[in-house]
Design a protein around this ligand. Structure first.
Ligand code: 16G
Ligand code: MG
Length: 549
């Protein structure tokens, strides 16, 4: 390391002392904590992002958000060159950097890591980091810290992209690295034009139920509502009423639009989280004004059904002479939190269903193994990934069909699939583009939200948290469905599950809070509650505070 680089790092890092007595961890989705203690962490992640850019010779993203967490929290995470999450190999280095006790220690760690990873250092290569943040008031000063971090690596520059949704930043990183247009206007242009294209392809006669025609979106007073308000101006075929857009002075993530929805007796509603990477729908039951959640599992089911149908049309041969057939592998990816009824339903549709541990990085990686990989967590994180190979074939097929059978069903299916691949965010799950795809598919099917919701009925479930002495004492396997440590706990859980018809339960250490989470489902709500409580008692017995005394 040159003297210039060393003194630059020592000088700038001395302005960002780490918080005392706090151990930070990159966690499931980056660092998160009370915003008041995060400046040093964000500064150091700025350094990390610059190094990652040098290593990959690509543009890297740095997003400042704490998603659905309370407004006084904040967080920071990295987008890799593909637009996906930071490679898991670098997480230990992220942890070490964030926890380095003083500037000397920090510089030592960087020297070691640069050597180990063989990173072209000292201004030989340029490095570029795109910075984004959500609407949290702490975002501005944390953004400054990130800029300082990036520019403390010689040759690295930071570009402030402004207030964005998390998926917008991921999209921009991917687009930049593919040498495509990558501004916010380009993002809006791409998703609105592909949405319009899908709307034009709606079969004659599939008219959505009039009652259902207005969509109300709860923007959680976050960045998504604001962006959606801008986006909806780009088409008039969809009426969207954005509530809690953050413009009315509401507090981020506090309260939802459900009360309003109930009074208005409007039946199709969607809800985003603070940084707009999660989407769920809900409807108000006319009987008792209760809310029925149409969650990520149902969005997944709707998407899977539609993709399967379009692929089937595309591969129908009819009287056609050319036998240009591509066996596209369609796969769906869920986590153990997926309602058992959704998994049953998907399997009955002869779909290939796979499971991964919780966290977008795991689902995304698995879905990328398919030609069309659809992944969703029940909580609304998800998207559809298309393989390059399949998209190339599809484009060629589309051209071929243009000359042979204009206006045919096959041609429409090819166009539909291409439009979906442009509408749905290929970098990461995106509530805005997900919402537009749901809306387009419902219109294609001619379905109301009630019809969609009736695809299957969720099994009653219960989720609980248990405080334990050390959550890392729980080690799981098989996509978090089986506890391997501590010994005996899984056997005890199995004995409980066996008491309940359609019983299923699992426990896992949270990646975002210092607790163990318990999930239980069964044929009735009482049974799910009772199974959940019994399993929570077992966790407490094996790992709780009373077990250690
Ligand atoms: C993070 C993850 C989310 C996961 C949740 C689980 C991303 C972008 N976000 O919010 O996918 O469902 O953590 O939290 O990966 P838990 O570990 O506390 O249950
Ligand atoms: Mg989020």
């Amino acid at each position: 390391m040159t003297e210039e680089q060393r003194s630059l790092l020592l000088k700038s890092s001395s302005r960002f002392p780490p918080p005392q007595g706090v151990k930070l961890s990159y966690g499931t989705a980056g660092f998160r904590a009370d915003a008041s203690i995060l400046e040093s962490t964000v500064y150091r992640v700025g350094i990390l992002a610059a190094l990652r850019s040098l290593k990959t010779k690509s543009v890297i993203g740095l997003m400042i958000t704490a998603s659905h967490n309370k407004v006084s929290d904040n967080g920071v995470k990295i987008a890799d060159p593909s637009g996906g999450m930071l490679t898991q190999n670098w997480e230990p280095f992220a942890d070490a950097l964030a926890n380095a006790s003083d500037p000397g220690d920090l510089v030592r760690l960087i020297i070691e890591f640069v050597k180990k990873e063989n990173i072209p250092f000292e201004g030989v290569c340029p490095a570029e980091v795109l910075l984004g943040r959500d609407t949290r008031p702490s975002g501005g000063s944390l953004l400054e810290a990130a800029k300082q971090g990036v520019s403390s690596i010689v040759g690295a520059i930071a570009l402030d992209m402004g207030v964005l949704t998390t998926p917008q930043l991921h999209w921009m990183v991917r687009a930049r690295n593919k040498s495509m247009k990558a501004s916010e206007v380009d993002y809006f242009e791409q998703i609105s034009s592909s949405f319009r294209c899908l709307m034009d392809l709606i079969p004659e006669g599939s008219k959505i139920n009039e009652m259902d025609d207005k969509l109300i979106v709860d923007g959680a007073n976050g960045v998504g509502g604001e962006k959606l308000a801008g986006l909806k101006k780009m088409f008039n075929s969809l009426v969207i009423d954005v509530r809690n857009s953050g413009k009315e002075g509401g507090v981020l993530n506090e309260g939802v639009g459900a009360d309003y929805v109930q009074k208005e007796k409007c039946f199709r509603c969607a809800s985003l989280d603070g940084d707009a990477d999660r989407l769920v729908y809900f409807l108000v039951l006319p009987k008792d004004n209760n809310i029925d959640l149409v969650d990520g599992d149902k969005i997944l089911s709707l998407f899977a059904l539609f993709m399967k149908e379009q692929l089937a049309i595309l591969n129908t041969n009819g009287n056609e002479k050319i036998n240009n057939y591509y066996h596209a592998r369609l796969g769906v990816v869920q986590t153990a939190y997926a309602n058992g009824a959704s998994t049953d339903y998907l399997k009955k549709q002869s779909l290939e269903v796979l499971f991964t541990p919780t966290g977008v990085k795991y689902l995304h990686e698995k879905a990328a193994e398919f030609d069309i990989g659809i992944y969703f967590e029940a909580n609304g994180h998800g998207t559809i990934l298309f393989s390059e190979e399949f998209l190339c074939w599809l484009e060629a097929r589309d051209n071929e069909l243009s000359s042979m059978s204009k206006g045919s069903e096959q041609k429409k299916a090819a166009l539909t699939l291409l439009a979906v691949s442009k509408l749905i965010n290929q970098a990461v799950g995106d509530a805005l583009s997900g919402l537009l795809l749901v809306e387009a598919i419902l219109r294609h099917m001619g379905w109301s939200i009630h019809r969609w919701n009736a695809l299957y009925q969720d099994l009653p479930s219960r989720q609980l948290k248990v405080k334990v002495v050390d959550r890392t004492a729980v080690v799981t396997a098989n996509a978090e469905t089986v506890v391997v440590k501590p010994p005996g706990l899984q056997e005890a859980i199995n004995a409980e599950i066996a008491k309940y018809p359609q019983g299923r339960s699992f426990v896992r250490p949270s990646g975002t809070e210092d607790i163990i989470r318990v999930y239980a489902e069964a044929s009735t709500q009482d049974a799910a509650d009772s199974l959940g409580n019994s399993v929570a008692r077992l966790v407490d017995k094996f790992l709780g505070f009373s077990s250690s005394s």
